[in-house]
Write a protein that binds this ligand. Structure first.
Ligand code: NAD
Length: 504
């Protein structure tokens, strides 16, 4: 299989590389040590971005600025309506630069441009939702403690939040964290993935235009060991909001424990779509193809396991193959592409190894199974492994590529058991027209989200996050701003002292 990279898009990608600096205390800056990074476009194989990379010294500068902005700056003390106005202005600015931001994410991450546009529009919507929550955050009062007492519970911002994001949805994932932290009155240090930093730096520019005070949002660029690690250990940081792999998430929680920081973790997934014979099978086939191959499977929510009733497995897979053949894998900047490139050559090799190992374990390559030759960049054919058994690595571990594992079941209990045979618990899909079946499965699987007769929809109003080793806490939803706040109890006593401790 081969694909051709459009020469116009190569020229566009080559028109860079743009160079991006860090934002610390309201100023654009290079790192103190002078480290540099660069990004090779996964779809084109050419350098598209150069970055000023930071180090421990820059994390320290950012932490001091964020701490100062928190303790002495106006942001935590402003009216919520004023903070909301800055978030709403940011959303408008995101809309006005949507095409530019989408192109940055497409070029750096390899995702298709049409999809990237949708993500940027979705991100602006989340900024607006966070603005609405800023004005509803409130505490509680207790007038039921006796005539002489009044209890008040305030919600106060946590303080300085370190926000660390991955490369697969660069602009969308920072939108699931930063506006809620800002809405609560927190200040932040943000580190995007070292591979896809450009759109987050551009966001810093928009925040300044929107009137965010200096030091409230600092953006430090660089790798996990050089920057991220210091962001999770720094004594001036109060909370870590991390999205990334379960491996790094665990190390982050361990590091944060040294200073007992609050943590919010959005980690990996090995999500199942469970299909029963009474489902709308045409819709289920389409959702199975979408779940497996959307964002080239580089998606925490990917439906990377198909758990299918044995009576319909053969026909379902035939229909799946027919539909998968229509998926257009190609140049991220081509409007027609449904699936783009794989993030790095090393990651492509890792996906290839997972397929080879699964075949060695006894699974069969039903579809695809190999990379697609393109002459520039790296691409993987949509792949389906059939005959997968629950004990195989391909059934349990996150591949993070366009690889679907098919497992078959007979009874509903078996389907639930298969779905549960992984350490992850991010999301699941169930396809059935029978209410009993849908409710039974939806209640039994231990995942943060279950979709019934649909897959991978998302709304700012609905909480999102994982059970088991897929994470800690939830993002989005009505509590998203509260999560960046602490409860403070104040007890008021009125009148003469009511309970003398020493006899009076
Ligand atoms: P990763 O864990 O390698 O990196 C994530 C971020 O952590 C990057 O910014 C990286 O530089 C930083 N980092 C690396 N080492 C660090 C350290 N020691 N201390 C602090 N920070 C460090 O993940 P990735 O490869 O960028 O992203 C893919 C992973 O993210 C997948 O496992 C995927 O499932 C997960 N993910 C989860 C969600 C979710 O919402 N649950 C969403 C998207 C991605």
């Amino acid at each position: 299989m081969t694909l051709t990279i459009d020469s116009a898009s190569l020229i566009e990608a080559k028109s860079g590389p743009r160079r991006w600096q860090m934002l610390i205390d309201g100023k654009w800056t290079d790192g103190e040590v002078g480290l540099e990074g660069e990004r090779v476009s996964p779809g084109h194989g050419i350098v598209v971005s150069r970055y000023a990379f930071g180090s421990e010294a820059d994390v320290n500068r950012a932490a001091i600025a964020a701490r100062r902005a928190f303790h002495r700056g106006p942001w935590p003390r402003m009216k919520a309506s004023e903070r909301a106005a800055v978030l709403l202005k940011t959303a408008d600015l995101i809309d006005s630069r949507r095409e530019e931001i989408a192109r940055l994410d497409a070029i750096e991450s390899g995702k298709p441009i049409r999809q990237a546009r949708g993500e940027i529009a979705g991100a602006a919507d989340i900024w607006r939702y966070a603005a609405s929550l800023a004005r509803t955050l409130h505490g509680e009062s207790y007038a039921n403690l006796g005539d002489h007492m009044l209890g008040v519970v305030l919600r106060e911002p946590v303080g300085v939040v370190s926000i660390i994001t991955p490369w697969n949805f660069p602009f969308l994932i920072v939108a699931q964290k930063l506006p809620f932290a800002l809405a609560a009155g927190c200040t932040a240090i943000v580190k995007p993935s070292e591979m896809t930093s450009a759109s987050t730096v551009l966001l810093g520019e928009l925040l300044m235009q929107a009137g965010l005070p200096d030091g409230v949002c600092n953006i430090v660029l660089g790798t996990g060991p050089e920057v991220g690690q210091h962001m999770v250990q720094h004594p001036s940081v109060d909370m870590i909001s991390f999205t990334g792999s379960t491996r790094v998430g665990k190390a982050t929680v361990a590091a944060a424990a040294q200073t007992l920081k609050k943590v919010s973790m959005e980690l990996g997934g090995k999500n199942a779509q469970i299909v029963f014979p009474d489902a709308d099978l045409e819709a289920a086939v389409d959702a199975a193809v979408f779940g497996a191959f959307f964002n080239a499977g580089e998606c925490c929510n990917a439906g990377s396991r198909l758990i299918i009733h044995e009576a319909i497995a053969k026909d379902f897979l035939a229909a799946f193959a027919e539909r998968a053949a229509k998926v257009r894998v190609g140049d991220p900047l081509d409007e027609a592409s449904d699936v783009g490139a794989i993030i790095t050559p090393a990651h492509l090799a890792k996906i290839g190894n997972a397929v080879t190992d699964a075949a060695a374990d006894g699974a069969s390559v039903f579809l695809g199974g190999a990379e697609i030759q393109s002459g520039a960049g790296q691409y993987m054919a949509p792949t389906v492994m059939s005959g997968v058994k629950p004990e195989m690595a391909i059934a349990r571990d996150e591949v993070f590529g366009p690889v679907l594992s098919v497992l078959e079941f007979d009874r509903i209990e078996e389907a639930i058991h298969l779905a549960e045979s992984t350490d992850y618990g991010l999301s699941a899909g169930v396809w059935s027209r029978d209410l009993d079946t849908a409710v039974t499965v939806a209640r039994a699987v231990r995942t943060g989200t279950v979709w019934v007769n649909t897959f991978m929809d998302g709304y700012p109003e609905l909480p999102f996050g994982g059970m088991k080793q897929s994470g800690l806490g939830r993002e989005l939803g009505k509590n998203a701003v509260e999560d960046y706040s602490e409860a403070k109890t104040i007890q008021f006593h009125r009148g003469p002292r009511t309970a003398w401790w020493v006899g009076n």
